[in-house]
Design a protein around this ligand. Sequence first.
Ligand SMILES: Cc1ncc(COP(=O)(O)O)c(C=O)c1O
Length: 313
Amino acid sequence: MPIQSTEKIWRNGQLIPWEQANIHVMSHVVHYGSSVFEGIRCYGQPTGAAVFRLPEHMQRLIDSAKIYRMTLPYSLDELCAAVVDVIEANGVAPCYIRPIALRGYGEIGVNPVGSPIDVFIANFPWGKYVAGHGGADVCISSWNRLAPNTMPALAKAGANYMNSQLIRMEADINGYAEGIALDVNGLVSEGSGENVFVVRNGVLYTPPLANSALSGITRDSVLTIARHLGLPVVEQSMPRELLYIADEVFFTGTAAEVSPIRSIDRILIGDGSTGPVTKQVADEFFGIANGLRPDRFGWLTPVKVDAAEPVTA
Ligand SMILES: Cc1ncc(COP(=O)(O)O)c(C=O)c1O
């Protein structure tokens, strides 16, 4: 789906016209992938709109930058305020928000420290991410996720997404909606842009972060919701074949939200329909995000924008 432009983008503390938010081809990031970024959603509420888990996302941006020795010249509060400013300036909700901190135009050597750090925040409408109504047909990727101590998986860095692109393109070419990658030891890791959850005999499982999975904010939300609902949850390494014999499997992610999986490598998961645990968790997640259930965990940051109808792909 092509990007739907809005009017303004926040750049280094200023709101500038969307068309002027450009960088030079010789910027460090273009050659070496030196960026860290976030993906956040703002949901329509019964009145107005609200950003889902804004401080947690911006803290992860700061953490990703720290891993890459990038000192961001803005505090957590300033970054959160900037997100609210750009959404309110554009008056677009629901929307997806893309903050990015990158190494700009300075030096061409691999060492990034001589290149300036530029921070941009854009927002725009974006609908459903994982295809498949009533459940996605996915595959196990032939590509592994990042090996430990190579590209840090806990940093949401632009360069990591070269690996994600390989996973996603392979899935697409072979007729699947998405790919699930294993880690270098052959254990379940995550999708190209989603964490994975498995339900078996009433227990909810997800791989631990040590299996090269991103510390997903939606993953954390689902773990929190499941505990609140009294569902047993276990962060545990999983062999690939556990996915095939699961009762239910679903993806989580800001873009993917809670997305049920119908089949993996053409093996039907359960009876192929969305399972009761997936449904229970998804109902609570969407209920909170859309302001239809109590914000019991304090996850919503209100913005002063009248929300349009939810966007669909
Ligand atoms: C590789 C990867 N894993 C997991 C996720 C899910 O993370 P979150 O729920 O914070 O969006 C994402 C999306 O950001 C991702 O790109």
